[in-house]
Design a binder for this molecule. Structure first.
Ligand code: HEC
Ligand code: HEC
Length: 356
């Protein structure tokens, strides 16, 4: 899908037009303002599935994207004025957070989950580790209101933005009429986030038949991945978007029940969304609570670290009754070489998404 037409918005200056109600009396400084706000080019990479996000209903525009970016990096969305979305979602780590295993919010409060990367969100059906958010536009309500994250209310945020020197104008420019609202704030954040398409790793280039080649080790790793991992980490996004229990021992401190929290079903106990493995080299630490520090740790866990429970995925039950996948030490090295082909440096260095 490619959207390339441009449109021009003519805005009447709201402050004077609402006061005077008569365009003829508008002084030069308050003359009608012409704002060009081109639609941005949202293109689905040729090796990707169709977008799940309805671009038609909230098409990213230049001004909407810039507004979304400003909001994303603005501490005013949090009660302490400091913890912005970008505080936990750092571009150089594919929008994850590194210094803390689980995320760390207002007043240094520690959450129970590891911040997820933000990339290719336009292609996901549900959001967060347990799928609590089913629509990207409403997802940010969770971090804004969570006590351990931004600890704020949406109405307070809107009041702060209304009182701000810049936001009323930026909202009007982005949406073509006066008004700072929660709906528009979420739309702008989504316009910023759906543009975060990561599709230029070595793996992508190979899939698209561009001039790259895999080393023997990377090719061998890909073959191991296809037989042992791709049943869940499926397709070009490496996720079938299902919820599974991959055998992580329950952490008694957090006792995170996973998907059961959303559905209430005991059959969903300890299940978490199968994560995409794009940019996995730089999104450590791993798993929903960040308990594993390296890819080596992850593979050692898959061979030797699982704990049994009624919802454990059957793929991890060996015929002899033990748990885990069979991966030789040599195959582990090959797998890691393959996983590193999923790193997209163009994405993490893309100035469009950078705070400064
Ligand atoms: C205190 C750290 C923190 C802050 C601040 C924060 N996030 Fe997050 N974010 C997280 C964590 C942790 C998760 C995983 C949540 C879960 O699974 O329950 C997450 C998940 C997400 C997801 C889901 C990604 C996916 O693949 O499903 C999106 C989208 C997101 N955050 C966007 C935002 C936006 C937008 C803001 C600002 C309004 C924000 N976050 C602020 C830590 C944070
Ligand atoms: C039965 C489905 C299934 C199979 C097979 C599987 N995984 Fe996973 N994987 C998951 C789930 C579910 C998670 C998230 C678990 C959690 O955090 O609670 C996960 C998490 C991961 C993570 C951490 C991702 C992150 O963002 O923190 C990595 C890395 C990973 N898997 C790699 C692999 C590799 C490599 C293989 C093959 C050797 C594999 N997985 C096989 C389901 C699976």
């Amino acid at each position: 899908m490619k959207i390339t037409h441009y449109f021009i918005l003519i805005l009447l200056c709201w402050s004077c037009s609402s006061e005077s109600g008569d365009a003829d009396t508008i002084a030069t400084d308050d003359s009608p303002m012409t704002v060009t706000n081109p639609l941005l080019d949202f293109t689905v990479p040729s090796n990707f599935p169709d977008a799940t996000y309805s671009i038609i209903q909230n098409p990213p525009t230049e001004k909407g994207f810039e507004l979304g970016k400003k909001l994303f990096y603005d501490g005013q969305l949090a009660s302490d004025g400091v913890v912005s979305c970008g505080f936990c979602h750092i571009q150089s780590f594919a929008f994850t957070h590194h210094t803390h295993i689980t995320s760390h919010g207002v007043d240094g409060q520690i959450g129970t989950r590891n911040a997820q990367p933000l990339h290719n969100l336009a292609f996901m059906n549900e959001f967060t580790w347990d799928g609590a958010a089913t629509f990207l536009d409403t997802q940010p309500i969770i971090p804004i209101t969570a006590e351990v994250e931004m600890n704020e209310t949406v109405s307070n945020v809107i009041a702060k933005l209304n009182a701000d020197d810049d936001y009323p104008t930026l909202f009007a420019e982005a949406f073509g009429s006066e008004g700072v609202s929660a709906d528009r704030m979420f739309k702008a954040l989504s316009q910023f986030m759906v543009m975060m398409v990561s599709a230029n790793s070595k793996y992508d280039k190979l899939e698209r038949g561009e001039a790259v080649t895999f080393t023997d080790e990377e090719n061998a790793g890909r073959a191991v991945f296809d037989t042992k991992c791709a049943s869940c980490h499926a397709g070009t996004l490496q996720t079938d978007q299902s919820y599974r229990n991959n055998g992580l021992p329950v952490d008694p401190e957090f006792n995170d029940i996973g998907r059961e929290r959303v559905t209430g079903l005991p059959s969903d106990n300890r299940k978490f969304k199968v994560p995409s493995l794009r940019n996995i080299e730089i999104t450590f630490p791993y798993m929903h609570d960040g308990r594993l520090g390296t890819l080596e740790d992850v593979l050692d866990f898959y061979t030797d670290g699982m704990e049994d429970s009624p919802t454990l995925d059957d793929q991890f039950r060996r015929p002899d009754g033990t748990l885990g996948l069979d991966i030789t030490p040599e195959e582990k090295v090959q797998l890691i070489a393959f996983l590193k082909t999923l790193t997209d440096n163009d994405f993490i260095e893309d100035r469009r998404f950078a705070e400064f």
